[in-house]
Design a protein around this ligand. Structure first.
Ligand code: KDG
Ligand code: MG
Length: 408
């Protein structure tokens, strides 16, 4: 059989999602997530203008060959747009292959290595009281791991901290529908470094030692600032400190490593195994944070995680709400199958999104399972999707208090 129809679906049930739908000549449908937050139409057009026609008539079973054809073929390699497009094709082909086999995808990846995958939730609050309330709420829901983010004195709204107050546990700042340009936020690393250790100390006092605590530095620290911070927070036993320095410079983490044993995670802005070459071979990180959606799909992610496994490095696959339920399913099947699973990020999608994308995920006491439907296990309701028009959205820009554009 061959690939007969290639469609790109764009929908916006609260936030934008781009989904590739491949239909084979015998009518089997595969879905792939191609969502790149704030740059959605770039990937959609890469797929519809440059990739779709190359796929028609190809054997849908030749997944590795198709991956190489799309990666090496165009000469221009890597980058988030290209790799998200390749990822979407790759996911859709694995979805088709698993449907043809009549198996959930994780069976084709070697079968389950565990009963479910431990997930971490996003707990945040503008101050400690709000944060504490959010963590308590997640514990009541059964979560055993939380990422904690909080406001910093002297600063206003900070990306990653919910501004809508406690109680709205699943709320987060998506890319904002703020018209023709991004909103702006301010940042001061000195205030942050002085404030955060006290927050972790309070969390340990209030919640004890069992809770897994994660924290995202969002690339905002310099190497020496990150080294100091990682050292300062050692007593609070973090599960990981994520993205402490800007991701481009792999050697920056050498300094952090020299000064601390706080586990490090990085990679949500990476899109290739080559972004990790130094990090993995020098054991500068403990967790790989890439999204299946932004790293070339299941084929590339499996190779990356196998490479990491040789060095004792585990997975921590990116899973915020800008990864669609299709991308999340791809992550869950991999998580269940690989040996070096670490943890999975999980931000449940809103109700409108789950009407558009129907999943068979199950959640039990802090663990997720992708379900046992053949393929990825996600269906796209195109009528529901058509009810939500694309709306331009931007991630915010970050500036220091003196106006300098800063990392985030
Ligand atoms: O699109 C950007 C978000 O996916 C990212 O900022 C979320 O940092 C994030 C995380 O760790 O999930
Ligand atoms: Mg992050």
């Amino acid at each position: 059989m061959t690939i007969e129809i290639v469609d790109v679906n764009i929908t916006s049930p609260g936030r934008n999602f781009v989904t590739l739908k491949i239909t084979t000549s015998d009518g089997i449908v595969g879905l792939g997530d191609a969502t790149l937050n704030g740059r959605e139409l770039a990937v959609a057009s890469y797929l519809s203008e440059h990739v779709a026609s190359m796929l028609i008539g190809r054997d849908e079973d030749r997944i590795e060959d198709t991956w190489q054809y799309l990666y090496r073929g165009p000469y221009w390699r890597r980058g988030p747009v290209t790799m998200a497009a390749i990822a979407a094709v790759d996911m859709a082909l694995w979805d088709i292959k698993a449907k043809k086999a009549g198996m959930p995808l994780y069976q084709l990846l070697g079968g389950a290595s565990r009963e479910g995958v431990r997930v971490y939730a996003h707990a945040s609050g503008t101050d400690y009281a709000a944060l504490k309330n959010a963590i308590t709420g997640y514990e009541e829901l059964g979560y055993t791991a939380v990422r904690v983010q909080t406001g910093v004195p002297g600063l206003g709204q900070i990306y990653g901290v919910s501004s809508t107050g406690p109680g709205v546990r699943y709320d987060y700042e998506p890319a904002k529908r703020s018209g023709d340009r991004p909103s702006e936020e301010t940042w001061d690393t000195r205030n942050y470094l002085n404030h955060m250790p006290g927050i972790f100390s309070q969390i340990r006092e209030d919640f004890g030692t069992d809770l897994r605590i994660l924290h995202d530095g969002h690339h905002r620290m310099s190497p020496i600032e990150a080294a100091r911070f990682a050292k300062d927070i050692e007593p609070y036993d973090l599960f990981w400190l994520e993205d402490c320095t800007p991701g481009e410079d792999q050697t920056a983490l050498r300094l952090v490593r020299q000064h601390s044993t706080t586990p490090l995670a990085i990679g949500e802005v990476f899109n290739s195994v080559f972004d990790y070459q130094t990090l993995i071979t020098e054991r500068l990180i403990d967790y790989v944070r890439s999204a299946v959606t932004h790293t070339g799909g299941i084929t590339a992610m499996k190779k990356l995680l196998d490479f990491a496994a040789i060095y004792g490095i585990k997975s921590g696959i990116h899973g915020p709400t800008d990864i669609s339920p299709v991308g999340m399913a791809a992550a869950l099947h991999l998580d269940l199958a690989i040996h070096n699973f670490g943890i999975q990020e999980y931000m449940p999608h809103n109700e409108q999104t789950l009407e558009v994308f129907q999943t068979s995920f199950t959640f039990d006491k802090g663990f997720l399972h992708p379900g046992d439907k053949p393929g990825l296990g996600v269906d796209l309701d195109e009528d529901a999707a058509a009810g939500h028009d694309y709306t331009k959205a931007y991630l915010p820009v970050n500036r220091l208090l003196d106006g300098t554009v800063h990392d985030w």
